[in-house]
Design a protein around this ligand. Structure first.
Ligand SMILES: Cc1ncc(COP(=O)(O)O)c(C=O)c1O
Length: 382
């Protein structure tokens, strides 16, 4: 059997919706995108949602609205996607890495305050694999030191923290609709915020800083006229993408149920296995299960993480690693980030594996992965 890491959950609904946009001739950002924004904000109960072409663009615009500038410092977990820190470095600001908790893979809130200086301006909690970070504690710290909270929720749609959807908590929340994400538009992103001023500015900034986009002008008498009010970016999405997003959104609950069922199945199968350490989902948090990561109990195995992934590959299963910690990359090493500063991230990195999880994954496929993992553990038992 061959099991990919991910398969998109797309059917005729997305195809018909997208071909509707192709046929009506409005391909770029327009009515469908506004509909997508509306449906998305209604889904999570946010005041505003601004569609962009990636989560990276979303992070960039959210940081811009928070006023980040050269020399500022922004806190984030050491083990995240390079996008989280890249967006900070666009401003010549400094990403400050905080070690993660080994049992949740989330930013260790107990280690945040010791890294705060007079230059610290924002914190970016990353809701790794879909589990929300400890937002209450992060809000307390942010209030105390006057920091903006920009959430990296690339993995966290739909996810809940204490009965609230992720996307309604921090100053701005950034989502990804990249091909493998819990809902997808191929590439895409969304920013939710309760701050109307920020939302309006993000709408300007995503399209060259122009006062009216093409759709708004289309329907106006002075259709050809617009103003450029500040330096913007080319971060708008397209109606082609939004047409897919609208249909994905309708399936979001059903897809989340499927992911949760697969995760529950994995959890039941691995809970008693000595070679495996499951992550903990904290109370009052509901994860989106974008990823199903687990940690190998290397003390009980004669095989390391890389060899384990190769064993899975021999059995036709594609697993992955999320994430290679940022301080391990050449670019960051040159900037002076040092591996020895993040012992928990290192501990996790040597053990973590993400197993396939996607809506539409059959019980037969899930059982096959479970059987393979347990067989490898048995074969390489210490
Ligand atoms: C945690 C995290 N943040 C940000 C991103 C960037 O998302 P995008 O590809 O939509 O820019 C990713 C992408 O996988 C991610 O995993």
């Amino acid at each position: 059997m061959k099991i990919p890491f991910h398969k998109p959950y797309i059917d005729d609904a997305e195809i018909n919706s997208m071909s509707g946009s192709v046929r009506n001739g409005w391909l770029t950002m327009g009515k469908k995108t506004y509909e997508f924004e509306n449906d998305f904000k209604s889904f999570i109960g946010a005041s505003d949602a601004v569609a962009v072409n990636s989560c990276t663009a979303a992070l960039h615009l959210a940081l811009k609205c928070s006023g980040i500038k050269e020399g500022d410092e922004v806190l984030m977990p050491a083990t995240t996607h390079s996008s989280t820190s890249e967006a900070v470095m666009y401003f010549k600001a400094k990403p400050v890495f905080i070690d993660i908790e080994r049992d949740t893979h989330l930013i260790d809130v107990e280690k945040i305050e010791q890294k705060i200086t007079r230059n610290t301006k924002a914190v970016i909690p990353v809701h790794f694999s879909g589990q929300p970070a400890d937002m209450d504690r992060i809000i307390d710290i942010a209030r105390k030191y006057d920091l903006s909270i920009i959430e990296d929720a690339a993995h966290a749609f739909p996810a809940m923290y204490k009965g609230r959807f992720v996307g309604t908590i921090g100053d701005a929340t950034c989502f990804s609709f990249y091909a493998t994400k819990t809902i997808t538009t191929g590439e895409g992103g969304m920013i939710s915020t309760e701050n109307r001023e920020w939302a309006e500015r993000m709408r300007l900034l995503r399209l060259h800083g122009v006062s009216r986009d093409a759709w708004e002008r289309e329907t106006a008498e002075n259709f050809w006229e617009y103003d450029v009010v500040e330096l913007g970016f080319k971060y708008n999405t397209t109606d082609l993408a939004s047409a897919i997003g609208l249909e994905q959104l309708k399936k979001a609950d059903a897809m989340h149920k499927m992911r949760s069922a697969i995760a529950a199945h994995y959890n039941d199968a691995f809970r008693q296995c000595e070679g495996i350490l499951l992550y903990i989902i904290r109370d009052e948090r509901e994860t989106a299960w974008h990823l199903y990561p687990l940690r190998l109990n290397l003390e009980r195995l004669t095989i390391d993480r890389n060899a384990f992934i190769l064993e899975l590959k021999k059995l036709g299963i594609t697993a992955s690693v999320h994430f290679i910690p940022l301080y391990r990359f050449t670019f960051y090493k040159k900037l002076g980030y040092y591996i020895g500063d993040y012992p928990e991230s290192e501990w996790v990195f040597s053990r973590v594996i993400s197993l396939p999880i996607f809506p539409g994954m059959t019980s037969e496929e899930t059982n096959y992965v479970i059987g393979a993992v347990l067989d490898i553990v048995k074969k390489f038992k210490r």
